[in-house]
Ligand binder design. Structure first.
Ligand code: PMP
Length: 457
């Protein structure tokens, strides 16, 4: 009997004594007790009390092919036996790492042919952050070091990731952001658009990039980073005018464009990458999550030919990398994951079939008196709760509002996420129509519950 197959009736107590959880108030969590997830299949997870939940969040936006795919387990077992580890540092590689880079490039579009591997999305952020500065220095512009990001963006939890992210509550812990990072506004029309139309507002916030470049000096700015659709910030789908204007400004001002594809990549929007959905051509595309559907940790940065050519011809050693960059077992799992996405046509399924089906159901929630907007692209949905539809007024306690709906969903067997007063959905790309119906029905019940208790908020 190995350690994890021992009877573990006291696991919650052990957890409280020893395990510090990410993004958690550990005092509160220990008092409440952790939920222990023991197994999963398809879109369902099962806890240690035997309760079954529909996971409308695909773990943490990552289990794109659904749980329980034996094909991945088989490939991982084979790779473990063949070669459990070797690095890519000293003139070596392993077959899975090299083939995975080729496979990613085959979907990334013209001019995006190179991949640097990491273990996570946060490390991907640190990687392009350094590479962008190295690129400009190699071209004779050593002052081009500053990076512009957005308020309420999310790019990870390392020092560079948390700095670039626009979460004030993260900056407050650890004296962030670091020097050389600046933020502009976000394209969140519902909350910040005022009397402007979405199209006008999209242009206005995109043009803040121009103003920030003027303020910092074009000769000092290396890059601009954004998620195609903000994920952790609340699934904020930008107005149509936003991305074309951002891309135009980056080109005109000679600023590298970074499209953070950690959530949007690998089919979630019904395209291989979010930048393809919005029709822009970035210089870097950090990836993780759906790359392996979370079966093993792996991330990376897709690097454009423009940048790679300078790295190859001008830079010499790039003094950056991780012990597990291109880990052969993680890369083998990712390759098998991408094979499944291709073989099952999951990207096309999201674009043409289950995405539009989800959209119909999700949009139908807009008839609820507390729903200001229910937006989605593919299988990434955001739902704005409002106290008054006509004026787009927010409840006084937005966090409590979202948590109330989320907890009601959980009590009814549905895992959703809330960011303030927005409900987020991001199910596996394999989800069935009846499972989508279940999400919509349960969210509606959660909203009804909020309506019935609204005097508390
Ligand atoms: N970028 C984005 C857009 C993300 O959503 C995340 C994680 N939620 C990250 C980066 C960081 O990825 P990781 O948690 O794997 O470090």
């Amino acid at each position: 009997m190995n350690e994890i197959s021992k009877p573990l009736s006291n696991l919650a107590a052990i957890d409280a004594a020893h395990h510090l959880h990410p993004f958690s108030d550990m005092g509160k969590l220990n008092a409440a007790g952790t939920r222990i997830i023991e197994r999963a299949e398809g879109v369902f997870i099962y806890d240690s009390t035997g309760r079954k939940y529909l996971d409308a969040f695909a773990g943490l936006w990552c289990v794109n092919i659904g749980y329980g795919r034996r094909e991945i387990a088989d490939v991982v077992r084979r790779q473990m036996n063949e070669l459990p580890y070797y690095n890519a540092f000293f003139g070596t590689t392993t077959p899975p790492a090299t083939l995975l880079a080729q496979k990613i490039a085959s979907h990334a579009g013209p001019g995006m042919n190179h991949v640097f591997f990491t273990n996570s999305g946060s490390e991907a952020t640190d990687t392009w952050f350094r590479m962008a500065r190295v690129y400009w220095k190699a071209l004779g512009h050593p002052a081009k070091t500053k990076v512009i990001a957005r308020r309420n963006g999310y790019h990870g939890s390392t020092v560079a990731g948390a700095s670039l992210g626009g979460m004030k509550w993260m900056h407050e812990q650890g004296s962030l952001p670091i020097d050389g990072v600046a933020h502009i506004g976000q394209p969140y029309w519902y909350a910040e658009g005022g009397d402007l139309s979405p199209a006008e507002f999209g242009l206005k916030v995109a043009r803040e990039l121009n103003e920030k470049i003027d303020e910092l000096g074009e000769e000092n700015v290396a890059a601009f980073v954004a998620e195609p659709i903000q994920g952790a910030g609340g699934v904020i789908v930008p107005p149509e005018t936003y991305w074309p204007e951002i891309a135009r400004i980056c080109k005109a001002r000679d600023i590298l464009l970074v499209s953070d594809e950690v959530i949007c990549g690998f089919g979630r929007l019904g395209s291989w990458f979010g930048y393809q959905y919005f029709g822009v051509e970035p210089d870097f595309a950090p990836i993780a999550k759906g790359l392996s559907s979370g079966y093993l940790p792996i991330g990376g940065v897709v690097v454009s030919d423009r940048v790679a050519e300078v790295m190859l011809s001008e830079v010499g050693d790039f003094n950056h990398g991780f012990t597990y960059s291109g880990h052969p077992v993680c890369a083998a799992a990712a390759l098998e994951n991408l094979r499944i996405i291709e073989a099952e046509g999951l990207v096309e399924r999201v674009r043409d079939d289950i995405g539009p089906y989800f959209s119909q159901g999700w949009k139908s929630l807009e008839d609820h008196e507390l729903v200001g907007e229910a937006v989605n692209v593919g299988l990434m949905g955001g739902l704005q709760i409002t106290a008054d539809k006509a004026t787009r007024r927010r409840f006084g306690k937005p966090d409590d509002v979202g948590i109330t709906v989320r907890n009601h969903c959980l009590a009814n067997g549905l895992v959703m996420r809330a960011t303030g007063d927005r409900m987020l959905a991001s199910p596996a790309l394999t989800i069935s129509r009846s499972e989508v119906d279940e999400i919509i029905e349960t969210v509606r019940k959660g909203l009804d519950h909020l309506r019935d208790t609204r005097e508390h908020f």
